[in-house]
Write a protein that binds this ligand. Structure first.
Ligand code: TXD
Length: 321
């Protein structure tokens, strides 16, 4: 059996961590593409030179030529600019849409059978544009946002309750922006509702709700919190880990139920847009969107988030992309 081939388009902060994770976890052979000459070659040489220490045989190479991504099984896209302090994700629209268009044309040309994970921001618009330009089937074009946003939500809950994050199940729905919807009602610690544990901790339902609201707000603004601290660039370790979890689900046909940015065709009342929802991820990419009932306020929060995604996609269409 040949080893899986994973192409990384964009060799910046996230691309570099992705390449290292692919090597260390021996997921397959990685090709790191960037337009900056010598840069991806330098990064991958550095990673490869740790192979004797970390004990991996995976080949990780850098390139400035799209021809080298030929026949990739998975393509992960981070090409584009990150946010600077004070910028919203949506401020990146025009610049990154131009980049994404050229990326999509080249991936369609050289890796037409790949399954694609888009990370570049503004995420919901970039994944929409990639699918449109490449013409790939919807199930093979997936956006990464929900795995990371949910991990942030779970991390803050674990810190608050003083328990292992491994026992937390928590999920966000909706777009990858400030309107995302962290689902409180379904958040649990090994099946025990988080709200019940908070109420027991504080012996006061009002205080428990206040603490949960603070966790929700921090989750929504978590990307911006990192941008503000870093001052140059945005989060890169955690987005890379999130995309790797999705890539593993595809490579190993795991049928994981992960919150991803998937194309909806009536599910959750959304027609024809990419939105963050739980989906079964396996060898065919998005194999099924997992629908479940939402309470009234959850549904209206999701509708609001979908409206923000629609506005962004419409703005991109008006720009002629
Ligand atoms: O969860 C998520 N989806 C995200 C998304 C979380 C954090 C950051 N997210 C976004 O990912 C961020 O807003 C950016 O749009 C992307 C990539 O973030 P990264 O931090 O890796 O940005 P860098 O370090 O600037 O790297 C981008 C690289 C850089 O090396 C450029 O030379 C390259 O992209 N680039 C290109 N590569 C290929 N092709 C073209 N045309 C191109 N243009 C720039």
């Amino acid at each position: 059996m040949r080893r899986a081939k994973i192409a990384l388009i964009g060799g910046g902060q996230i691309g570099g961590v992705l390449a290292q994770l692919i090597a260390v976890r021996q997921l397959g052979d990685g090709v790191l593409f960037d337009i900056v000459e010598d840069f991806p070659q330098g990064k991958t040489l550095d990673i490869a030179e740790a192979s004797a220490i970390d004990g991996f045989d995976a080949r990780i190479t850098g390139t400035n030529s799209y021809a080298d991504i030929a026949d990739s099984d998975i393509v992960i896209i981070t090409a584009g600019l990150p946010r600077k302090p004070g910028m919203s994700r949506d401020d990146l629209l025009t610049t990154n849409a131009k980049i994404m268009k050229s990326v999509a044309e080249n991936v369609a040309k050289y890796a037409p059978n790949s399954t694609v994970i888009v990370i570049s921001n503004p995420l919901d618009a970039m994944v929409t544009l990639f699918q449109k330009v490449s013409g790939f089937p919807y199930n093979r074009v997936i956006g990464q946002a929900g795995v990371l946003d949910s991990s942030r939500f779970a991390t803050f809950i674990a810190w608050e309750l003083g328990v292992s994050v491994k026992d937390i199940n928590a999920m966000t729905l909706g777009g990858h922006g400030d309107t995302m919807v962290p689902l409180t009602r379904y958040a649990n610690v090994n099946g025990i509702p988080v709200m019940e544990l908070l109420e027991r901790k504080y012996k006061d339902a009002g205080k428990a709700a206040e603490v949960m609201n603070a966790i929700i707000e921090r989750t929504k603004m978590a990307g911006g919190e990192v941008v503000k601290l870093l001052k140059t660039g945005s989060a890169f370790y955690s987005p890379a880990s999130a995309a790797i979890q999705m890539a593993e689900a595809i490579l190993f046909d795991e049928k994981r139920v992960l919150p991803v940015c998937a194309h909806l065709n009536g599910q959750f009342g959304v027609e024809g847009y990419y939105v963050g929802v739980p989906a079964i991820i396996g060898k065919d990419g998005v194999e099924n969107v997992v629908e479940f009932s939402l309470a009234e306020e959850e549904k209206s929060a999701l509708d609001k988030s979908v409206d923000a995604v629609k506005e962004l996609v419409d703005a991109m269409n008006r720009l002629g992309f």
